[in-house]
Design a protein around this ligand. Structure first.
Ligand SMILES: [Zn+2]
Length: 401
């Protein structure tokens, strides 16, 4: 037995793929265990929209994400803390991760000022002027009580000029140190740092090296899926992910399409989150291995099959395409709920199959032959002529998850 305190999080590396950097692992938190590579469904406002926690768990989700920015503005972190903490508030006893609020402030808030201290912005809820600093973000996340919390970083748009990326990295590094210093619950909340730097590999490397020296329990790669394109992202991941420590979890924030996830797993990434399954589910888009199924399509009116043949989710086991199409047209809540459940299960089945393939030493074959592994924006938009476009933005939207 070691006398050293194990800290708030343990990462166990179970297997490594011999032909790529893909890893199979398991993370233990104070609220339980999750298997990696893991996909986190997004519960922005302290709930995964429309889906009961039992059904979230039944999709195979082991860890979920909530947004600091939204919960800080409403109902306020002190209210959540008074009501127990985020686990009780959301009735989710398992692992939870909160982001820092940085991404939302930089992407959706009406920003008044960015300084070296933090960001001043106008609340989208009541117009109040609020300052978010590294210390404030950590205090809010300490009050919310998630198992994994994120350092407050600056996330510039993908097409920002190089000078802005350099300044953002400098701030991100300074802010990471401040987050670490003000973190009041290091014994039961694991603080992850975020590597920024855009598509500039040198800058990414410099950022990663300095953050590694600060010894965080986990590391995230930020600033992806912000319009830089798939090839740029793949190149960056292939270089940056292996720079991060072998013995700690690596989290790619806000990504994304199945194709992007599989590519990132091959680079050695362990954790993902994205609003795509739930947001698109609500909008009558179902993910299937062979592309999207638009649930409002008239050809489904009398279709007695499930959303996806072979899917074991609650929606596919119990409801026909025709019934679900009817719910969407009738404005019934169950339409968006069932489509969300199916899409969440689609992502969790993909992750489970990825894990199985890594464990069996067949990941390369799996990623080359399974049709899900090539689902990117082009595949997800085919078959959808005349329909509403698929919502592909990772997290940049006024809609909140
Ligand atoms: Zn299903």
């Amino acid at each position: 037995m070691s006398a050293v305190s194990p800290g708030p999080l343990q990462f166990r590396l179970i297997a490594k793929d011999s032909k790529s950097h893909a890893r199979l692992g398991q993370v233990t938190t104070p609220h339980g265990v999750f298997d990696t590579p893991a996909f986190m469904s997004v519960g922005t406002q302290g709930t995964i929209k429309g889906v009961l926690p039992d059904h979230v768990a039944a999709t195979g989700s082991q860890i979920i994400l909530a947004n600091t920015y939204h919960l800080m503005l409403r109902p306020g972190e002190k209210v959540v803390a008074e009501l127990g903490d985020l686990h009780q508030f959301m009735a989710w006893p398992g692992p939870i991760l909160t982001d820092s609020g940085g991404f939302q402030v930089f992407s959706l808030a009406d920003i008044n000022k960015i300084t070296d201290d933090g960001v001043t912005f106008k609340s989208h809820v009541d117009g109040a002027v609020i300052q978010l600093t590294p210390a404030r973000s950590i205090q809010v996340q300490n009050d919310l009580g998630a198992d994994i919390i994120m350092a407050f970083d600056e996330c510039p748009p993908g097409d920002a000029p190089p000078q802005y990326h350099r300044e953002a990295v400098e701030r991100t590094l300074r802010w990471a140190a401040q987050c670490q210093q003000t973190h009041a619950r290091p014994h039961d909340q694991a603080l992850f740092a975020i590597v920024q730097g855009g598509s500039d590999l040198k800058l990414r490397e410099q950022c990663a090296r300095q953050l590694l020296a600060m010894n965080f329990p986990g590391y995230a790669i930020g600033g992806c899926a912000v319009g830089e394109g798939f090839d740029a992202m793949r190149q960056m991941l292939a270089e940056v992910a292996p720079m991060l420590p072998d013995n700690k979890p690596r989290y790619l924030m806000g990504v994304g399409f199945p194709r992007d996830i599989v590519t990132a797993v091959a680079s050695g990434v362990d954790m993902f989150d994205c609003v795509m399954p739930t947001r698109n589910g609500r909008n009558a888009y179902a993910f299937t291995a062979h592309g999207p199924l638009r649930l409002r399509n008239s050809r489904l009116a009398r279709d007695s099959g499930p959303i996806e043949q072979g899917c074991d989710c609650y929606a596919c086991r119990n409801f026909t395409r025709g019934a679900i199409r009817h719910y969407f047209f009738a404005g019934e809540m169950l339409g968006p709920v069932l489509a969300s459940v199916h899409n969440m299960r689609f992502y969790q089945r993909l992750m489970a199959d990825i894990r199985r393939a890594i464990g069996a030493g067949t990941f390369e074959q799996f990623s080359a032959t399974d049709p899900r592994c090539s689902l990117g924006p082009a595949q997800m938009e085919q078959n959808a002529a005349g329909d509403e476009p698929l919502n592909t933005s990772a997290r940049i939207t006024k809609e909140t998850d």
